[in-house]
Design a protein around this ligand. Sequence first.
Ligand SMILES: NC(=O)c1ccc[n+]([C@@H]2O[C@H](COP(=O)([O-])OP(=O)(O)OC[C@H]3O[C@@H](n4cnc5c(N)ncnc54)[C@H](OP(=O)(O)O)[C@@H]3O)[C@@H](O)[C@H]2O)c1
Length: 322
Amino acid sequence: MRIVVVGATGHVGGYLVPRLVRAGHEVVAVSRGQREPYRADEAWASVERVDLDREAEDAAGTFGQRIAALDPDVVVDMICFSRASAEQLVDAVRGRVSMLVSCGSIWSRGILTEVPGTEDAPLNGWGAYGTGKAELEAYLLEQSAAGGVPATVIDPGHISGPGWHVINPAGNLDPAVWERLAFGEQLILPDEGLGLLHHVHADDVAQLFQLAIDRPEHAAGNAFFAVSARALTLRGFAEAAAGWFGREARLGYIPLSEYGSAAGEEHARTTAEHVSRSHAMSIEKGSRMLGYSPAYSSLQATREAVEWLNDHGTFSRPLPFA
Ligand SMILES: NC(=O)c1ccc[n+]([C@@H]2O[C@H](COP(=O)([O-])OP(=O)(O)OC[C@H]3O[C@@H](n4cnc5c(N)ncnc54)[C@H](OP(=O)(O)O)[C@@H]3O)[C@@H](O)[C@H]2O)c1
């Protein structure tokens, strides 16, 4: 099949595009062309690259037509953030493609009533990002059910992997958190450290996208959570991460509302975004309907990311992995 991947060179695309090439597909990779793929792979040599700015084309009302003109059988949309943007694409490819697989987020859901959350949990995400993802998911699945473009939404958790910063045991991106754990220094966590984080390795997200493309009869009209098998508590994550360095975590606690005094305001805001959701999602639907089987646990995915950062001199002190 000819598969157009919009936002192809990022964290997920870096794994998905080589997977699709190896499966025998003809792949067209769309991006602004501002960066090389996160992962070098010989598969990129046989990929057609198209430079295009989705935001600018969206604003001009030409994005959908640009994608349709690439003549895809399947479109993978990795960078859709609003219903309007999804509508423009659907209107342009209706009747011309067999499937659209779009990237959502577990943040399309807000507070969960039951955990682990399942895909039928209400689309009650908040903030511009969560609301946009909720609205585009609702729209894509409704129009698919109504006989429009067969569509699937893949909702990842915190995407982790080698090459970028991942959400740490304090629920933010401060690299110093890893250093504190590695050198036996105290780490302050919000509340009792019982907030939840649900990571996923980028290659496992790619696996689920590929499965959806391979099994359209099961995937169309459905959303699937792309997460690891189990979520982490902040506290358990901190203790496990300290163990990577042969240490026990030295933890302290303060209320989330005061966390800025311990973590700095910017990192505390990121922490609050995660802890206030405390998502833990189920992979049962993806496993049952598509055969999704994540290769990485949350700890394996995050450890690989931190080892990569360490190997590439990201920390102010090299971390002494045991
Ligand atoms: N990060 C997370 O933990 C997380 C969690 C849940 C869901 N998600 C979702 O995952 C998706 C992002 O996937 P990712 O992490 O693989 O992406 P990413 O690493 O941020 O890469 C983005 C890709 O899109 C391209 N791009 C960015 N802006 C563009 C534009 N205006 N026009 C055309 N191409 C553009 C980039 O290449 P150029 O820069 O060269 O254009 C790159 O190929 C989003 O839908 C996000 O909401 C992320």
